[in-house]
Ligand binder design. Structure first.
Ligand code: NAD
Ligand code: GLY
Length: 361
């Protein structure tokens, strides 16, 4: 087992990464100081892993909320279902919440933990690659609103993150690739050596070679932990974690959430950000090709969906949270391993990327 740390003063916490951790009762005892535990999961993950987690919780009052699977359940109604269960079973402000699932369950349970009695301890057990390398680390919690994704939320850090690499064996291939998009993102924004390592090891990752996968998770988490420690509230460097996201969110919103996976939309967004960076003279052709190539080799899409024309894309991008006073602000690349902070972008250059991108790569 590898242990990393997210350094946030009194709110610091460990990230445990390794095979079989959901069966390590010692880890649960170390981080659960209450007699009451509420476990939140979904109908896909619970049949696979719930019993193994529950086996660690003997001697405590344990309750579960098992939600249907899907992004649409990352909602206020689901949060209310968790609050109903907590209140009706008289859970106190010392109770611990455990999130067992992907980013949907992690964001939702984290949000519920942040709100219940103004905040109760919680533990993240991420079960997708995306959740292990990104969403479970850093304390962004949220539910969706009909008018916007992740619009109701809080920064609220967990007591610990327990990333059991062996649970990835049951993850569908498409979800694995979507998680790889976020792994590749760390190489692109701040870790050029890791990017080179990924170029050499991407096939082993797709084969789920345990050692290779564990290294990629550790290195991704180390990057994320450093960024979060430096900028918890996203006033600076944390924004670079959104490379490709403004483009990607436009795809997700334009097609309707769920049509493409988040990681798939981000993969295209990172290609578009690379293309735009090249047009601005910041990135060379060869590096753009390396970026497109590693995403293709990860079985990710690299061109936007045909139904989104440039005009519609621009409209959708205009609602991004990073925009200020109507100016589009994007994270771009000044090289592989070097992301910019949000920069205002000339709409003419952006339109050139949106119009020609598909033909150029
Ligand atoms: P998800 O939670 O929907 O999980 C993807 C699918 O995999 C689901 O069907 C799920 O049931 C299934 N699954 C999960 N673990 C499995 C396993 N081990 N075996 C088999 N199936 C399994 O999606 P996700 O990609 O994990 O997370 C996406 C969510 O994360 C979005 O809501 C996004 O907004 C959020 N997110 C949050 C942050 C953050 O910083 N908080 C960062 C990135 C993304
Ligand atoms: N996934 C973006 C962040 O944690 O800031």
């Amino acid at each position: 087992m590898k242990t990393l740390n997210v350094s946030l003063g009194q709110r610091s916490y460990p990230l445990y990464i390794g095979a079989g951790l959901i069966g390590d009762t010692g880890l649960f005892d170390r981080h659960i100081h209450s007699t009451q535990v509420m476990l939140v999961s979904n109908e896909t993950v619970a049949p696979l892993y719930l019993d193994r987690v529950l086996a660690n919780l003997g001697g405590r009052q344990v309750a579960t909320v098992i939600l249907p699977d899907g992004e649409s359940y990352k909602s206020m109604a689901s949060a209310m279902q968790i609050f109903d269960a907590l209140l009706s079973q008289k859970f106190s402000r010392n109770a611990t919440l455990i999130a067992l699932g992907g980013g949907v369950i992690g964001d939702l349970a984290g949000f519920a933990a942040a709100c219940y009695q103004r905040g109760v301890p919680f533990m993240q057990i991420p079960t997708t690659l995306l959740a292990q390398v990104d969403s479970s680390v850093g304390g962004k919690t949220a539910v969706n609103h009909l008018l916007g994704k992740n619009m109701i939320g809080a920064f609220y850090q967990p007591q610990c993150v327990l990333a059991d690499t062996s649970v990835l064996s049951t993850l569908p291939d498409r979800e694995l690739s979507a998680g790889l998009a976020e792994v590749i993102k760390y190489g692109l924004i701040r870790d050029p050596d890791f990017f080179i390592w990924l170029e050499e090891n991407i096939e082993a990752l797709l084969r789920r070679d345990p050692e290779t996968l564990t290294f990629a998770i550790e290195r991704s988490c180390a990057n994320k932990a450093e960024v979060v420690a430096a900028d918890e509230r996203e006033t600076g460097e944390r924004a670079t974690l959104n490379l490709g996201h403004t483009f990607g969110h436009a795809i997700e919103a334009g097609l309707g959430y769920g049509a493409w996976l988040h990681g798939e939309a981000i993969a295209v967004g990172m290609c578009q950000a690379a293309d735009l960076s090249r047009r601005l003279g910041w990135l060379n052709e060869a590096d753009v090709s390396r970026i497109v190539s590693i995403l293709q080799r990860s079985h990710l899409p690299v061109t936007p969906p045909a139904e989104l024309n440039a005009g519609r894309f621009l409209e959708l991008m205009a609602v991004d949270k990073k925009n200020v006073d109507g100016n589009l602000r994007l994270i771009l690349l000044e090289g592989i391993g070097r992301a910019t902070l949000p920069v205002s972008v000339d709409v003419g250059v952006l339109m050139a990327t949106l119009e020609e991108y598909g033909r150029n790569c």
